[in-house]
Design a protein around this ligand. Structure first.
Ligand SMILES: [Zn+2]
Ligand SMILES: [Zn+2]
Length: 338
């Protein structure tokens, strides 16, 4: 209902108002964030991305950050306002949680509004469901119904559009849904493209896209080879981590690979060598999404890692990134979804 959120945040409650935040100062730009003491929703993940029976719960933290000042504007500092609470239509928390995050992610909302969409015939006419229209309609309705309740029926009724593995009225995984949704959005964006636009104009890439670099260093001659991988979110192991920071530290720590059976041959010294491997952020996304892996598999047995994972209200991504752009890194935690 529309009552003020108590200690635990669920999808049916409106997001918290940003606490007294003066938008003039970058440092104080703070977005509504859920109470991180709230119990995480348990959800199942068993579709095509994982072998049957395995699973994770997802808890995604997102950050709005100023990695590159030229990409930000005054507008993006302004909160969207508080959207409506979302009705649970029967185990739809995984949809609602993601929709609430989208509704309150300013660069995403602005990007969606500015898409050159209505000048073309849209899928709504051809296939009766258009994701861009559905999302935009939902977000605008929600933002205009602050204090009220909105039902995400359009998206719920078209769950099959995202993945045939999603079943109505079943518990599904929010991170899984987020990935399918971003995937679908990317295809929608590419449909909108004409010759003048580039990949950079894709809304998903612009808002959530970043890049990882994997660096292999030869222990014999020091030669480094790098491979790059685009990302929309980062999945982090939390078994040995009690905070987001330690999870990120462990994600980016140097790992020595000495197994000669892997037969790693250095392209520089041509020797069979051990290597040191490290993953780092190469390009940080505007809005970073972290997925905490709350499930571990022991054979066929799945165990939930049901512990509190702390996170700071401000996160400096610099220690986990290559390059030296410290001055441009200022990050505010904005919310989590469960
Ligand atoms: Zn449309
Ligand atoms: Zn070498």
């Amino acid at each position: 209902g529309p009552s003020p959120p108590p200690a635990s945040s669920t999808e049916s409650e409106p997001s918290k108002e940003p606490a007294n935040c003066p938008q003039e100062e970058e440092k104080d730009e703070r977005w509504p964030h859920g109470d991180y003491n709230s119990p995480y929703n348990y959800s199942r993940r068993d579709n095509e991305f994982k072998s049957p029976g395995s699973g994770y719960s997802s808890c995604t933290h997102s950050w709005s950050k100023h990695w590159s000042p030229k990409e930000t504007s005054r507008n993006e500092d302004k909160p969207t306002g508080v959207g409506a609470g979302l009705e649970n239509l029967g185990n739809t928390c995984f949809i609602n949680a993601v929709l609430q995050c989208f509704t309150h992610t300013v660069p995403f909302v602005l990007g969606l509004r500015s898409l050159n969409h209505h000048e073309k015939p849209c899928d709504r006419d051809m296939e009766s469901f258009c994701l861009l229209c559905a999302l935009r309609d939902h977000i605008e309705l929600s933002l205009h119904s602050s204090g009220g309740v909105v039902s995400p029926t359009k998206i719920f009724d078209n769950l099959n559009y995202f993945s045939s593995f999603f079943q109505r009225y079943q518990q599904e995984d929010a991170h899984e849904f987020l990935q399918c949704l971003l995937d679908r959005l990317e295809s929608c964006c590419s449909k909108l493209k004409n010759d003048l636009t580039s990949i950079d104009d894709c809304l998903v890439k612009k808002v959530f896209g970043g890049r990882l670099v994997s660096r292999l260093c030869c222990c014999n001659c020091g030669h480094v080879s790098s491979t790059y991988e685009p990302l929309n979110d980062l999945s982090l192991e939390i078994e040995d981590a009690d905070s987001l920071l330690t999870a990120l530290e462990s994600f980016t720590k140097v790992e020595k690979i000495e197994d000669l059976e892997l037969n790693f041959r250095c392209e520089n010294c041509k020797e069979q060598v051990s290597v040191e491997k490290q993953l780092m952020l190469d390009q940080a996304p505007s809005v970073a999404t972290f997925h905490l892996k709350r499930f571990k598999t022991e054979g066929t047995y799945i165990e939930k890692i049901d512990k509190h994972v702390d996170f700071p209200l401000e996160l400096d991504l610099q220690p986990y990134a290559v390059g030296n752009e410290r001055n441009n890194v200022s990050v505010a935690t904005i919310y989590k979804i469960t």
